[in-house]
Design a protein around this ligand. Structure first.
Ligand code: GLC
Length: 517
């Protein structure tokens, strides 16, 4: 019998380090804060943590602008703190993944400083994507993901590419020095004991060598000059060899946005990445048809590779799903009810699930952060017309009845303001409440661990009433009622429900797990 590697069906918890727990009261979460809460994560029942970037950074994009890939930013701690965190996480039975940001560096990275100091055409500039424009026009029509053009012009006439903020210049992966550097960075963290990497903007490393315009195509459309160019796969083959040369099932998951689900499979060839994110569930509205279609498309695309799919409902980049599933003007609590049901759906699927910090507390998106407190470059670059992602990055409420809610010591002024209403959402308030979201998450994760290990990697969809789904994997059935009227429960013994059953009826906006063994 072959042993299943840990990541194949792991539940991974995304820690947005800056907003998780602040040990020293400077307003930014830090590695010691994460370490102090490992017991909470173990008790929650997740298998692994993914830490968002904690590297030295001016934080122009929350740390996805790295100035030194081998250093911990002093705001987040030190390398000693990191080593202690790895050791403690492992002692708690938790794996630890880190984010790696290969598409771009910070504009404060020494390489970019050298590039700016060197003349056009110099080897220093070769590590980035510098081009001449046509007169006053940038070299291509490519947009920055954060708004505005993806090119910034220097006084000497060269333009440099930044698919994100101008403080995040894109690296030139055709330069062998870039490739060698990142292999070395991977080794640095592997040697420190990390179990895996989440690869930021994994599809972006190579751009069309002809620099063709995008025109009216989508950035992530098939054949886009910006993402998923064929050359990128060579990099991941090299990385796979590197990961495989270490013991202990080290893995990598790519952040690959693509309009074409089938494209994901290319990254999952057996000698490439272990996993890619599948974001279509996260993008799907609360709809039986959409949820089912996403699952079918994903499994169909991933199955031939032999890899397992991944699923995610929220992250540091999107509006929290309690809020997404809420109905403006609808019954209060409907977003939370649907989020509970969605969790049972997510955890019933084959493959691994990625949770985002705070979803286990049922945190809603914070919509009313004052403009002057917002930090996301999307907010500033859009001139305040796009809210950006700060609303899902507000620090976690742990305890107490007033800000900072145990996020840091009492005098802490959190880097984003925490709403007063969050006194109802603290981990402390939910801890002993049998009906809280936290209790429900713990129960669901414990139940998932108790499932037979050999459930099929595929799903069946027995007939279900209109507006509902029955998802079956061997003896496990997950029934989800997307509508608002009760439906009959399917046969089987209920293992867990997201709402109190109405006799043998499953209420609207709820889900149940049943077993036929
Ligand atoms: C990814 C990250 C996002 C970041 C961007 C640029 O999409 O998830 O937070 O802004 O890459 O690095």
């Amino acid at each position: 019998m072959t042993r299943t590697p840990w990541w194949r069906d792991a539940v991974v918890y995304e820690v947005y380090v800056r907003s998780f727990a602040d040990s020293d009261g400077d307003g930014d979460g830090d590695l010691r804060g994460v370490r102090s809460r490992l017991g909470y994560l173990r008790d929650l029942g997740v298998d692994a943590l993914w830490l968002t970037p904690f590297y030295r950074s001016p934080l122009a994009d929350g740390g996805y602008d790295v100035a030194d890939y081998r250093a911990v930013d002093p705001r987040f701690g030190s390398l000693d703190d990191f080593d202690a965190l790895v050791a403690d996480a492992h002692a708690h039975g938790l794996r630890l993944m880190v984010d790696i940001v290969p598409n771009h560096t910070s504009d404060r990275h020494p390489w970019f400083r050298e590039a700016l100091a060197a003349p056009p055409g110099s080897p220093e500039r070769e590590r980035y994507v510098f081009r001449r424009g046509a007169g006053d026009a940038p070299p291509t029509d490519w947009p920055s993901a954060f708004g505005g053009p993806a090119w910034t012009r220097l006084p000497d006439g060269d333009w440099y590419l930044h698919l994100y903020a101008p403080e995040q210049p894109d690296l030139n992966w055709r330069d062998p020095r870039v490739r060698a550097e990142f292999e070395d960075i991977l080794r640095f963290w592997l040697d420190r004991g990390v179990d895996g990497f989440r690869i930021d903007v994994a599809a972006g490393l190579f751009k069309d060598p002809e620099f063709a315009d995008l025109g009216d195509r989508g950035r992530h459309s098939p054949g886009s000059p910006i993402y998923s160019r064929p050359e990128v796969h060579g990099v991941y083959r090299d990385w796979r060899r590197l990961l495989d040369s270490y013991d202990g099932d080290r893995m990598a998951i790519g952040e690959v946005w693509s309009d074409d689900t089938a494209n994901l499979a290319r990254y999952l060839r057996p000698d490439e990445l272990h996993q890619v994110f599948q974001f279509h569930l996260q993008l799907a509205p609360w709809s039986a048809d959409r949820f089912r279609a996403v699952v079918d498309e994903t499994i169909e695309a991933v199955a031939p590779t032999g890899a397992a799919p991944t699923w995610v409902l929220s992250s540091h980049d999107v509006v929290r799903h309690v809020t997404r599933y809420g109905l403006p003007g609808g019954p209060p609590g409907i977003g939370a009810a649907r989020a509970r049901a969605a969790l049972l759906f997510l955890l019933a699927l084959p493959g691994s699930a990625y949770l985002y910090q705070g979803e286990e507390l049922g945190l809603p998106e914070v919509m009313d952060i004052p403009g002057e407190a917002r930090r996301d470059p999307i907010w500033t670059r859009s001139g305040g017309t796009a809210l950006g992602r700060d609303g899902c990055r507000v620090p976690l409420p742990w305890s107490g009845t007033a800000a900072p809610f145990g996020f840091g010591p009492p005098a802490t002024n959190p880097w984003l303001p925490m709403p007063d209403a969050w006194r109802h959402y603290t981990a402390e308030a939910q801890e002993t409440d049998p009906d809280s979201m936290l209790t429900f998450y713990r129960r669901a994760l414990a139940q998932r661990r108790a499932l037979p290990p050999d459930l099929p990697g595929t799903v069946e969809w027995p007939d279900a009433p209109q507006g509902s789904l029955l998802l079956r994997r061997g003896p496990l059935t997950c029934a989800v009622n997307f509508g608002d009227r009760p439906i009959p429960l399917p046969p089987g013994r209920p293992l867990l429900t997201s709402a109190t059953l109405d006799g043998t009826l499953l209420p609207g906006s709820s889900a149940a797990w049943l077993t036929t063994t």
